[in-house]
Write a protein that binds this ligand. Sequence first.
Ligand code: UT7
Length: 327
Amino acid sequence: MKKNAKISAVAGWVPDYVLTNHELANMVDTSDEWITTRTGINERRILKDPSKGTSDMAANAISALLEKANISADQIDLIICATVTPDMLFPSTACLIANKIGANNAFGFDLSAACSAFLFALDCGAKYITSGIYKRVVVVGADKMSSIVDYTDRKTCVIFGDGAGAVLLEPDQESGIIDSILKVDGSGGGYLKMIAGGSLNPASQETVANRQHYIYQDGKTVFKFAVTNMADVSEEIMQKNGLKGEDVAWLVPHQANLRIIDATAKRVNIDAKKVMINIDRYGNTTAATIPLCLADWEDKLKKNDKLILAAFGGGFTWGAIYLKWAY
Ligand code: UT7
């Protein structure tokens, strides 16, 4: 019998602190007008508590998820944490999350694919369900971007925010994830990266002095590739599954820039009213953008709604997932 992996619950968590465009304009040479017109962002959330990391945000999102789904942490088989800001290089953030929420029967791992990581992790988690190996997989996208943002660099500091979003995957016969197209192109790696802190450029006084533990982005180039590839892959998955714009209930795009989102929606002919957008409130939370959208729109979603999820990010990485909402 055919088996799908469905999203059976979703929850998000963002920190309380609101960093507004006006506050940023007091920190670097920028303006509310520039940020809103060039990106669509009005404010973003920042995890201010220095004793908390990505695992804490993820654990908060998953705790809310388990409460909604009415299951206990020890019923989880697997936790996949999509992140580019792990608490540490090792142990993996998934291990720390499992310990924090008391997921005593789960194994877990981190998945690194920058802004596409949630899609890659969702596809990966779904395969564990459809193979019949596991019954309950939690996929969490979580990023404390403020830990790697240079708040003296106006080109990047206005874009990013902190947050986490989690989904529960369970088996289903009809609804759930129908198709996915995922891609990488490492020749784009130089345009969006954090140079130091890995095995190639371990931390040193020099790397700190050169500010190489922060995000570097060639915004214009990334923008160009993001617009083309996110639109292309969304079109490809819709064509492959015989979907027209009017068949799709919701486009759920990665929230990197409102102009990229608008261009993608336009290309696949999906009405602006059917596009989930919360970049104005959260900015780019990297692996958390898509599950945070799903959590924000949960009340409006109906069983069997056709959703297209699409993302583009550092690597380059990109992809799209077609799913039928399960509840
Ligand atoms: O999520 C993962 C993937 N990431 C993305 O998809 C991000 C893709 N890139 C972008 O969203 C956009 O490129 C940015 C929002 C990062 C930048 O917008 P842009 O329209 O591409 O601006 P730009 O980098 O071409 O800069 C235009 C001008 C420059 O000034 P000059 O050289 O024309 O005098 C910048 O110095 O805007 C200036 N600028 C700013 N001005 C005020 C750059 N950042 C700012 C700022 N405030 N924050």
